[in-house]
Structures are given as C-alpha cells and as structure tokens.
Design a protein around this ligand. Sequence first.
Ligand SMILES: [Zn+2]
Length: 117
Amino acid sequence: MTAELLTRLRKELETERASLVEDLRGYGADPDSEKVARIQGIDDNFADSAAATAERSEMLALIDNARERLAEVDEALLRMDEGTYGECAECGKPIPEARLEARALSVRCVECAAKRS
Ligand SMILES: [Zn+2]
C-alpha cells in the first residue's frame, strides 16, 4: 500500500470517528463508556407511554450502531498505528486496496468477513 493511500484512508477514518463521537454526544451518550447519560427529547413524565418506550429503544439502537461502528474505526486506526493495516486480522492475507478504498474500516478480507457474519 502506498503512503499516499494510507494517509488518505487515515484521514477518512479520523473524519468518520469525529462524526460518530459527535453523533453519540448528540444522542446523549458518552462515546467513551457504555453509559447513556440522558436521552434527549424524551420527557421523564412520559417514560411509561408506549411512544416514549419505542422512541427510547430506537435511540438506544442508534447508539449501539454508532458505538459498534466507532469500535471498528478504532480497530482500523489501531492497525494503522501498528503497521498491520491492510492485512486481514484473521488470516493475515493482504486485503485488496479496492476493498479498503470502498470501506476504509475493513480489517478483514472478504472471505473472513463473510465467515463472521
Ligand atoms: Zn482473511
């Protein structure tokens, strides 16, 4: 992998990381912990209503998704720091650059990623 491509992908991941952290803060969740400090836009007085429950679980699903994505971004960034980025985390084979360009946070080759899902 060229240094130029690596720099570009790192920038992409860092931008994504910043926006995920911002999203999590917007949802009232602490990006660095499992704790949800507060759920915005939901009044405690309506906590019992079905609508509030639905809204709350929807919000929690959004938070879960963002956290999962953030963990993937962090894993990819960590592998860049370690110099193992671009190698499959499972089998060690090189991940095609086209795959990395399409999805910068890929840390597994297509075969290994397919096995996990
Ligand atoms: Zn693999």
